[in-house]
Design a protein around this ligand. Structure first.
Ligand code: ARG
Length: 571
């Protein structure tokens, strides 16, 4: 993988061995000691020499002065010793011969790596609860989850995306009772999840007046557990209605899952596992319920069986993890949920370890913060929720108004408005570190200026329009020259992409990519405004700048796709 930092680190090791013989730095992780100076005029990469003072027994200034005299080869244009720092500048030939060439020859693979070659990663994400609204609280798990999956694919992993639907539990007893009492088939069929939610709400209102309804619901769920044909058919129908609706949202995001095996899938796989826990002496009775005591590990007990012997969300997660290990033999299994479930996953991983499984170090929980819209927290219980679908619709409608003004002759209006509207929401969301609580502001998300999705997609479309205006194909082997600082900055920014991908991968942090996209777009737009591309002063410069434009297009496109955004060529 092309990386200026690692190249400099290798040179530094050689330089150190020559300049300070006898001092061994082979154990030092030089790459991670290096920094990007905040101000590009100081250098492209810096090495703070105080980090080696102890090994060399010299002051940072002496180390920097000594190493600066070493010949770092043709990739380095300049090395300067400044107050104990060594500042390196990439040479023009490094930028044109190595960076530009690897972007152009890499194409839609530029930035990828093979860290995950031969490995399998399972992603459990989105996973809404059936017959409940798919609301903006699910945005995080859905887009962080999918982006992480894409980042892993880009890094060579074989990926399996699983939608662990919440499709089992006592709520289905309630729904069955409510449907039989008050439901009308066509109304439910046409009303979708909203109609199911209304049934559920009605059940709760009525059950307050008539307590016997709760017993009836328990009995109905028991029948479902016993595979009663009519109950099973109703349950399947509720699941299908919900899934159909969720899928329209997934389509807008371009998300597909390899499996929709939800909680119900594991119900008949639980018995042997519960037996094993019992045999191993892990289960304890607590007021009639079966639990696993985790006090020793500073956690509350994990609930395995309710008093009436029925299983729970935690029990089904145990079966799911074991099943996935057996089925996919994963090298990692990543769960993306709100931070509210961090304890659940800590308990789950511990319980699996106590059960004797030796792969629990491959389980990863990726939590994220809460979302509010314009300062309003989203209440789920009052029915006052913002559906993801409606949020997307709202964004699409607003984008269409802006587009009608900006580009009234655009073809593919609907498709483009959807790509930009949905993209705006996703970009705005993924711009922040995932663990932060986010307040959503529609107007700033949809703005075509600032650090937004529309700005990024618009910049991408601009690269496409420059290239199509230039006509003809760009020769990828053209010799390219750097004529100004804006070109240099753009190339330098493009060179960072592979490293950003690895950073986002290691930290499970799509925002690394989102923020980087803004860096590339700003660098491209500065170049675009300050340099003549099509009308450049000479044919050579024009070709160079077109090649640079193609490289920017490639990187912006690859990066946008990694965070679930589409890349329309015209906006
Ligand atoms: N259905 C759950 C919820 O909406 C999320 C499931 C996450 N995955 C899991 N294996 N527990 O809260």
């Amino acid at each position: 993988m092309l990386n200026f930092k690692t190249e400099i680190a290798d040179c530094l090791k050689r330089a150190a061995a020559e300049c300070f013989p006898g001092c061994d730095i082979s154990d030092c992780d030089i790459v991670s000691m290096m920094e990007y100076p905040p101000d590009g005029t100081m250098g492209d990469v810096a090495f703070p020499c105080f980090k080696l003072s102890r090994v060399f027994r010299k002051s940072p200034a002496v180390i920097a002065d000594t190493l600066a005299r070493y010949d770092f080869g043709p990739d380095v244009k300049e090395v300067a010793s400044v107050s104990g720092y060594l500042n390196f500048k990439m040479s023009d030939s490094y930028l044109t011969e190595r960076v530009l060439r690897s972007v152009l020859s890499g194409g839609d693979r530029y930035g990828s790596n093979d860290i995950g070659k031969g490995k399998t990663a399972v992603f459990d994400y989105s996973s809404p609860n059936v017959a409940k609204p798919f609301h903006i609280g699910h945005l995080g798990t859905t887009v962080i989850g999918h982006s992480l999956r894409l980042l892993h694919e880009f890094s060579g992993y074989k990926c399996v995306g699983i939608n662990h639907l919440g499709d089992w539990g006592t709520q289905f007893g309630k729904l069955i009772v409510a449907y039989k009492r008050w439901g009308v088939r066509d109304e439910i069929e046409n009303g979708g999840v909203d109609a199911l939610v209304a049934l559920y709400v009605k059940f709760h209102a009525e059950a307050e007046k008539d307590l016997s309804l709760n017993d009836e619901a328990r009995a109905a769920f028991k029948k479902l557990e016993e595979k009663d044909a009519e109950s099973t058919e109703l349950w399947r129908w509720f699941v299908d209605i919900s899934l159909r609706e969720y899928k329209t949202t997934y389509d807008m995001l371009g998300i597909e899952f390899d499996s929709y095996s939800g909680e119900s899938f594991y119900v008949d796989k639980l018995a042997p596992l519960i037996q094993k826990m019992r045999d191993d002496g892990l289960l304890k009775l607590d007021d009639g319920a079966s639990i696993i005591d985790l006090e020793k590990y500073g956690m509350p007990p994990f609930l395995i069986l309710k008093r009436d012997g029925s299983t729970l969300y935690p029990t089904r997660d145990i079966a799911a993890a074991v099943y996935r290990k057996e089925t996919y033999d994963f090298d990692k299994c990543v769960y993306v949920t709100s931070a509210g479930q961090s304890l659940h996953f800590a308990q789950l991983f511990k319980v699996l370890e106590l059960m004797g499984y030796d792969w629990t170090d491959k389980l990863v929980h990726v939590p994220y913060g809460t979302v509010s819209i314009d300062g309003a927290k989203l209440a789920t219980r009052t029915g006052n929720v913002v559906l993801l679908r409606d949020l997307f619709r709202m964004a699409i409608d607003k984008v269409r108004v802006i587009m009608d003004e900006k580009n009234p002759d655009l073809e593919n209006r609907d498709e483009t408005a959807e790509a930009v509207g949905v993209g705006a929401i996703v970009f705005h969301y993924l711009y922040n570190g995932r663990i932060k609580d986010i307040n959503f502001n529609m107007d700033s998300a949809l703005s075509f200026e600032g650090n937004t999705g529309p700005y990024a997609q618009y910049t991408y479309a601009r690269t496409c329009s420059v290239l199509s205006k230039a006509g003809g194909s760009i020769c990828k082997n053209e010799s390219v020259t750097v004529t100004c600082e804006d070109e240099r900055e753009l190339l330098k920014t493009l060179s960072l992409f592979p490293e950003k991908v690895v950073g986002a991968l290691n930290d499970y942090e799509p925002s690394v990519i989102t923020r980087y996209i803004i860096d590339v777009c700003s660098a491209f737009n500065r170049f675009y405004h300050n340099c003549q591309i099509i009308t450049a002063e000479s044919d050579g410069v024009r070709k160079s700048r077109l090649a640079l434009t193609l490289a920017a297009k490639t990187v912006i496109g690859n990066a946008l796709r990694l965070i679930c955004l589409r890349t329309p060529e015209k906006i």
